[in-house]
Design a protein around this ligand. Structure first.
Ligand SMILES: CC(C)(COP(=O)(O)OP(=O)(O)OC[C@H]1O[C@@H](n2cnc3c(N)ncnc32)[C@H](O)[C@@H]1OP(=O)(O)O)[C@@H](O)C(=O)NCCC(=O)NCCS
Length: 154
């Protein structure tokens, strides 16, 4: 049941970043400072092919969504809603608003790197994405965590 209105969604600013990090930590899906930390988010905010939206609450933000458009594909990287605001339609509004931004950029489709609950402390978000119109495809996200070798650091 969606109760939140899309009018509360706005673009994130640098002033939102502490609250964004707090929400990620409250949902136990703050993984690394290189990806989820304030400095990484600030760099993300500076690039105009990125989408970074927040949902305003009465005094603090209720949640955020981040994604990017590479000229061919649009990908949602992360969404997080304050635990005490779950189930009120905030997540749906954030996804709908991000999709609107990607459509304005010219994206034909939108994908998501969805949490599937396999990591400790993480929930399976597949049902949420299904309700938002996303379909599971046969692919695995693979990451090389070791792209900086000794020569790069010299
Ligand atoms: C997943 C998340 C963003 C959903 O946000 P939300 O504001 O609670 O979602 P909504 O209220 O818009 O829910 C929309 C629908 O999805 C359903 N839903 C929400 N989370 C769900 C989940 N984990 N599994 C299955 N269904 C879910 C809701 O019940 C609702 O269904 P309805 O329309 O039939 O009532 C939020 O739970 C969250 O921040 N979780 C922790 C972080 C996370 O897992 N992020 C996603 C991975 S990047």
């Amino acid at each position: 049941m969606t109760t939140q209105s899309n009018t509360g969604i706005r673009r994130a600013t640098f002033d939102d970043l502490d609250a964004v990090v707090d929400i990620t930590k409250a949902n136990k899906h703050y993984w690394t400072p290189e990806v989820d930390g304030k400095e990484a988010l600030a760099r993300f905010l500076e690039r105009n092919s990125n989408v970074f939206l927040v949902s305003d609450g009465e005094s603090e933000i209720l949640g955020f969504i981040v994604g990017s458009w590479d000229g061919a594909r649009a990908i949602i990287h992360k969404i997080s809603v304050r635990p005490d605001a779950h189930g009120q339609g905030v997540g749906t509004c954030l996804v709908e608003s991000a999709i609107d931004e990607f459509k304005e950029m010219g994206a034909p489709t939108v994908g998501v790197t969805a949490a599937d609950g396999a990591r400790e402390g993480e929930n399976d978000s597949t049902g949420f994405w299904n309700k938002a119109g996303f379909r599971l495809i046969p692919a695995k996200l693979m990451i090389n965590f070791d792209i900086w070798d000794d020569e790069d650091e010299n």
